[in-house]
Design a protein around this ligand. Structure first.
Ligand code: MG
Length: 175
């Protein structure tokens, strides 16, 4: 199993993770994948569950930036509605844009975590940028684009193998 594919922590959904987890690890900023991490592909307006989660994290003093491979009106509108910053065209699994973002914003990599539902894009990009990563389950895989479907063909067996080897560490074990 390649190190670059292994997330630092695992959660079924970011919605279940409490701010204590991030505080405990000294994490001050989250780079959030949008599609199927914050909300499903078909959602253009943030759902009440996501709004509540964002409010809870912000109230705990955690900075949030959406880092999406996607772009276009939907992403901008979605982030504007949520009141959080967004960085688009992030070219995950490559990490150069994540590294650039950290540098531009003078963020200490030790205090940043990238959270996403895909090993092939999110975990690889975050690990490549030298920050910690959290892998989640996708919220709803029924309306995904072809490229994501293909990624899932590689993602699923990797996930299964990691779980078997005990490499998917549930976030609660860090509390
Ligand atoms: Mg995603």
């Amino acid at each position: 199993m390649r190190k670059r594919n292994i997330p630092f922590a695992y959660a079924t959904s970011l919605r279940e993770v409490t701010p204590d987890f991030f505080h405990k690890l000294g994490i001050k900023t989250l780079l959030l994948d949008l599609d199927n991490t914050l909300d499903p592909y078909t959602v253009s307006v943030p759902t009440p569950e996501t709004r509540e989660m964002v409010e809870r994290l912000q109230a705990a003093g955690i900075g949030l930036i959406v880092t999406s491979n996607n772009s276009g009106k939907r992403v901008f509108r979605y982030c504007a509605e949520l009141g959080i910053e967004c960085a688009c065209f992030m070219a995950k699994p490559f990490s150069f844009k994540i590294k650039r973002l950290l540098k531009e914003r003078k963020l200490d990599p030790a205090t940043v975590m990238l959270i996403g539902d895909q090993i092939m894009t999110d975990v690889k990009a975050g690990n490549g940028a030298g920050i910690r990563t959290m892998l989640t389950e996708p919220l709803d895989t029924s309306h995904e684009p072809v490229s994501t479907h293909i990624n899932r063909l590689f993602d699923r067996p990797k996930r299964k193998k990691m779980a078997k080897l005990g490499l998917l560490k549930d976030w609660r074990t860090f509390l």
